[in-house]
Design a protein around this ligand. Structure first.
Ligand code: G
Ligand code: G
Ligand code: MN
Ligand code: NA
Length: 258
């Protein structure tokens, strides 16, 4: 209960921030985009993991404020960076609650439209929304409609944690999405587990048949990087390539891999 009360105050108290994890093109040499991730630094408990406070915010009906914060801060952090113009987009995680809101479309537009410059970013495809496969499947008809409306405005759509939900090929082929992110569960043991290797191979084949980009999450070793590149994953993300860092550290990170 105290943690909930603290979370309600966290933004005002300046305890929330965003970090950015780089995504690289296959091969792992070229930085192409970043995923924005929320962080909460609690005065007593230190860093509270998003796995703890995001579900809490969802239960308590305050996730909307966190999503507002994330979208706003992403622009404040990245717009001043020279690097941002070279990235093809920034991905922002959104919750099932955000997409099942009846005003979801208007909310997303207003979050990214606080001035003329940022409104153009949406149209230019610089903003990608990451929605989990499970969230999409909660209400398929609603998701189909909303995702199409978001796409029509210019947002890019990624399906996060792919492989852990229950979407069929039939539904996937109807969803207006740009990218599938293979859940790191399937990457973790890929060097040893033939079943995981087969799953990744199959997701890549299916995604490419549907003209979707594939991102492998959780790339933690050089061997995984090589294997995922060989399997034709388009993009790679993970601790081996780069941990989530504050915006100020992104340019340096960009520099080191060139
Ligand atoms: O950043 P980390 O890997 O610890 O994130 C753990 C989980 O929390 C991931 O599933 C991630 O998608 C989620 N998460 C991180 N930041 C955000 C955010 O800004 N909004 C939402 N809805 N989820 C987030
Ligand atoms: O579910 P989502 O993809 O949004 O999760 C992003 C989370 O995954 C972030 O919190 C990030 O810290 C974490 N993450 C990113 N790369 C790795 C990795 O290589 N290994 C592990 N274990 N977690 C990772
Ligand atoms: Mn994500
Ligand atoms: Na994920």
């Amino acid at each position: 209960a105290q943690l909930t009360a603290d979370l309600r105050q966290a933004e005002q108290r300046g305890e929330l921030s965003m970090v950015y994890q780089p995504q690289f093109a296959a091969g792992g040499q070229r930085l192409v985009s970043v995923e924005a991730l929320l962080r909460w630094s609690h005065p007593l408990h230190g860093q509270v993991p998003p796995d703890v406070f995001i579900p809490l915010a969802e239960q308590q009906g305050i996730i909307r404020a966190l999503t507002d914060f994330a979208c706003q801060r992403v622009l404040d952090d990245l717009l001043p960076l020279k690097l941002f113009s070279k990235l093809d987009h920034v991905s922002v995680n959104v919750s099932a609650h955000d997409i099942n809101d009846r005003n979801a479309l208007a909310s997303f537009i207003s979050r990214f439209s606080h001035n003329a410059q940022t409104a153009e970013l949406i149209a230019a495809g610089k903003i990608q929304l990451e929605i989990t496969e499970t969230a999409v499947m909660q209400n398929i008809d609603h998701s189909l409609q909303l995702l199409q409306q978001l796409k029509d405005k210019g947002f890019r759509i990624a399906i996060d944690d792919f492989g852990t939900g229950y979407s069929s090929l039939g539904i996937l082929s109807r969803l207006p999405v740009d990218e599938l992110k293979i859940d790191r569960l399937f990457v973790r043991d890929i060097e040893r587990n033939q079943n995981d290797l087969l799953i990744v191979r199959t997701i890549v084949a299916m995604a490419h048949a549907l003209d979707l980009r594939v991102v492998a999450e959780g790339t933690e070793t050089k061997t995984q990087l090589d294997l995922l590149t060989e399997l034709n994953c388009d993009r790679l993300q993970g601790y081996y390539l780069g941990r989530p860092v504050p915006a100020a550290q992104l340019e340096a990170l960009h520099g080191t891999r060139h």
